[in-house]
Design a protein around this ligand. Structure first.
Ligand code: SF4
Length: 154
């Protein structure tokens, strides 16, 4: 399993940098590299791009939270966000245009609307368990026969 620390860096008017490290929060919420990094079928760069894309909305949520939570008297002329894939050691920057306040708001609104449109009709069959190494850290093993069976076979 590959941890993915998420960093959002701000630069004030004097060039000083602020650095928010979400690694602890990521660990607490079991945010780890999607197992796409462990799928050997595709070229590594493609797997990294897919994994980074999977984190895009999360990074936009961090960026928006930062904009919302910073006191009004703290300037925020620039903001960048990077994902660090520890294994392999690769850094992926989130495109600046995606960190714009409006882009973040739109992306989160779209996600919320998509979820709301499901109207409580989520069908578990649409989300079959996909047992893999991530099961070792899963908090839902007790509820997941597929995951427990996979773990027994390891
Ligand atoms: S134990 Fe089940 S729910 Fe948990 S990660 Fe594995 S397959 Fe998914």
């Amino acid at each position: 399993m590959t941890n993915v620390p998420a960093h959002v860096i701000t630069t004030d008017a004097q060039g000083a940098q602020g650095f928010l490290n979400f690694e602890a929060a990521a660990a607490a919420s079991a945010v780890n590299a999607p197992d796409v990094l462990e799928e050997p079928g595709d070229p590594l760069q493609e797997r990294i791009k897919t994994a980074a894309d999977d984190y895009q909305l999360q990074m936009q949520a961090y960026a928006l939270a930062l904009r919302e939570l910073l006191p009004a008297n703290v300037p925020l002329p620039s903001l960048r966000a990077t994902l660090h894939f520890i294994d392999p050691n690769v850094e992926v920057a989130v495109a600046a245009v995606l960190l714009d306040r409006g882009a973040c708001v739109d992306a989160i609104d779209d996600a919320m609307n998509t979820i709301a449109a499901l109207d409580g009709t989520l069908d578990a069959d649409q989300f079959p368990p996909l047992p893999a190494t991530h099961c070792r850290m899963c908090n839902f093993q007790d509820l997941c026969p597929a995951g427990r069976e996979w773990l027994r076979g390891q």
